[in-house]
Write a protein that binds this ligand. Structure first.
Ligand SMILES: Nc1nc2c(ncn2[C@@H]2O[C@H](COP(=O)(O)OP(=O)(O)OP(=O)(O)O)[C@@H](O)[C@H]2O)c(=O)[nH]1
Length: 266
């Protein structure tokens, strides 16, 4: 079965179209969402970035010998979740990122996990989430222990990894592929599509509590999976661009490629 934007296409046979998976990266500003996204897409570490841009990228992946058309939304909330339906109703799985050297970002990740739990409860669906403690290379400045990260993940029943956008690509790739596996399991379980473009907004009883605790004032929940066309993010074909410069080169001498909208990669 397929639907608009590939929301529900599930197939594993050699003849079937690639599985389509939408993945949203959530977390407080500065946690490293963009750096992880770009590392995954290009194997490179961001040097400069625009924190206000939110983009969705598309990448063809092979996960467990199966082709997957993966879309990654690198979200740009400010300090708290805002207008969450744009990703709540779009993503099949979520990566919630904090930085191990920032307690504030860890507390922010907890708000996102609560938001996802609430959304799952209201829609009576399971949305796989992975909790990522990023900037592992900064472990000497840790404000969050690995045990705290694991405990938070355990509380919300999600997988937990500590990663670094500036260390090895394989580890970052592994985490994204784990998210695909989680999404695939869930899609296979519910191979029925969630309806799209049927909108009914209503306030939720639990929302008031969450709003009060985390300032999620602008998050509304749509009961029937609503995404309007104008809200759909544009897809940048990230993998179509060839990167020829090397980060090993001197930053001053290296040509700057504006590869993905808003990111300068050396
Ligand atoms: N040392 C280190 N720095 C990182 C890592 N990941 C990201 N950074 C840096 O942390 C800063 C914030 O990274 P971003 O990827 O822009 O963070 P973000 O979560 O996308 O932040 P917003 O775009 O503001 O939402 C940048 O200066 C990155 O270069 C990492 O793994 N290690």
């Amino acid at each position: 079965m397929s639907s608009v934007f590939g929301k529900s296409r599930v197939g594993s046979g050699p003849q079937s179209a690639p599985l389509e998976v939408n993945l949203a990266i959530l977390g407080r500003r500065g946690a490293g969402k963009s750096a992880l996204t770009v590392k995954f897409l290009t194997r490179r570490f961001i040097s400069e970035y625009d924190p206000n841009l939110e983009d969705t990228y598309s990448s063809e992946e092979i996960v467990d010998h199966q082709p997957v058309h993966l879309r990654v939304m690198d979200t740009a909330d400010l300090d708290t979740p805002r207008n969450c339906e744009r990703y709540l109703n779009w993503a099949h799985a979520f990566l919630v990122v904090y930085s191990v050297d920032s307690r504030q970002s860890f507390e922010g990740s907890s708000s996102y996990l609560e938001l996802l739990a609430l959304h799952a409860k209201e829609t009576q669906r399971n949305y796989p989430a992975l909790l990522l403690g990023n900037k592992l290379d900064m472990a000497q400045y840790r404000q969050v222990t690995e045990a705290e990260g694991a405990a938070l993940a355990g509380r919300f029943g999600c997988l937990f990894f500590e990663v670094s956008a500036c260390l090895d690509f394989e580890h970052v790739q592994h985490v994204f592929h784990e998210a695909v596996r989680e999404a695939r399991r869930e899609l296979e379980k519910n191979s029925l599509a969630r309806p799209l473009f049927i909108s009914e907004e209503r306030a939720l009883p639990h929302q008031a509590a969450l709003t009060a605790r985390h300032g999620l004032a602008s998050c509304t929940f749509n009961t029937l999976s609503t995404v309007s066309l104008k809200e759909m993010p544009t897809v940048a074909q990230a993998k179509l661009v060839t990167v020829k410069s090397s980060r090993a080169q001197s930053k001053r001498k290296a040509p700057t490629l504006t590869l993905l909208k808003g990111f300068k990669i050396f």
